[in-house]
Design a protein around this ligand. Structure first.
Ligand SMILES: C[S@@+](CC[C@H](N)C(=O)[O-])C[C@H]1O[C@@H](n2cnc3c(N)ncnc32)[C@H](O)[C@@H]1O
Length: 280
């Protein structure tokens, strides 16, 4: 692995393991989901909108039956895993880099009586510690953006899928053609990388891996709504974070969210659901 790729993994791990991030996601995002929501109204609660994304993705999957083996790559606190286990009887494996998140995930699973259906593994989706053809579904939400080796991540997803299995994911992306990539620098700086994925990149790479496209569904306006919603919620409720989250973190987060919203307003970003199938 290149030094830059290894550094990207270390940066993501240190960030999600930090007390500041953990408390921020617990208080402002609800401690279940950390991904872009689907908003019926711009002021809808973040937690509800985030749940909607999970339900929307789940509804697309033909193979989501009781007992289906699902791998969630970059599972965060495991909100999607609990939904898939509870609502669909799936057997879910969460692979996630942050052990701080993993501990909360395991606690929540046990508290909801779902620990028999959900396993939580510490590790990187760039090197998934599972045999070939071991999952019916590979699922991921807003996690691949953190990798400097997105081709490798997709190859790992394709490798661990059974023939006929489905890959479904969302990711904050850049538009397919950007006239001036420098305009995205403030967003790249947030993730400490020099690119985001794009619909074109993911489709090209997955086709190159022999995967078949089921659907690509652009839902880009929700990304702008979501980041603006989180920014406004944070600004309004920052008093609640006093003593729990450092002022420096809150300032950096507000600035970062402003950059995401500005880039969305400039038409530079994309977001949506990407769904592929591994041939039989
Ligand atoms: C924005 S959060 C999304 C979490 C979860 N998918 C959700 O929607 O709630 C991004 C997640 O990606 C995970 N992550 C980042 N890089 C990773 C890697 N190389 N391997 C596994 N997980 C990773 C982080 O630990 C973090 O939980």
């Amino acid at each position: 692995m290149s030094a830059k790729a290894a550094e990207a993994v270390r940066t993501a791990e240190a960030y999600y393991d930090s007390d500041d991030a953990d408390r921020f996601y617990a208080v402002i995002w609800g401690g279940e989901d950390i991904h872009v929501g689907l908003y019926d109204a711009p002021d809808a609660p973040i937690r509800e909108a985030s749940r909607k994304t999970v339900a929307h993705m789940a509804a697309r999957l033909a193979g989501l039956r009781p007992g289906a083996r699902v791998l969630d790559m970059g599972a965060g606190y495991g909100g999607a895993a609990r939904w898939l286990a509870r609502e669909h009887g799936a057997q879910v494996t969460c692979l996630n880099l942050s052990e701080v998140e993993n501990r909360r995930n395991r606690r929540l699973n046990a508290g909801q009586g779902l620990d028999g259906r959900i396993t939580v593994d510490h590790g990187s989706f760039e090197d998934a510690p599972y045999p070939d053809e071991s999952f019916d579904i590979v699922w991921s939400q807003d996690a691949f953006l953190h990798s400097a080796r997105r081709e490798t991540v997709l190859a790992e997803a394709a490798r661990v899928l059974k023939p006929g299995g489905e890959l479904i994911f969302t990711d904050p992306m850049q538009m397919d053609a950007i006239a001036d990539p420098a305009a995205l620098q403030p967003v790249y700086d947030r993730i400490h990388l020099d690119s985001l994925g794009s619909f074109a990149f993911y489709r090209r790479t997955l086709r190159g891996l022999g995967m078949q496209e089921v659907a690509c569904e652009p839902l880009t306006p929700h990304l702008r709504t979501h980041y603006a919603r989180v920014r406004d919620e944070l600004a309004a409720r920052r008093g609640e974070l006093k003593g729990q989250v450092s002022d420096a973190y809150v300032e950096r987060m507000l600035k970062g969210l402003r950059h995401w919203v500005q880039a969305a307003d400039q038409g530079l970003l994309a977001w949506g659901v990407i769904h592929f199938r591994k041939p039989e």
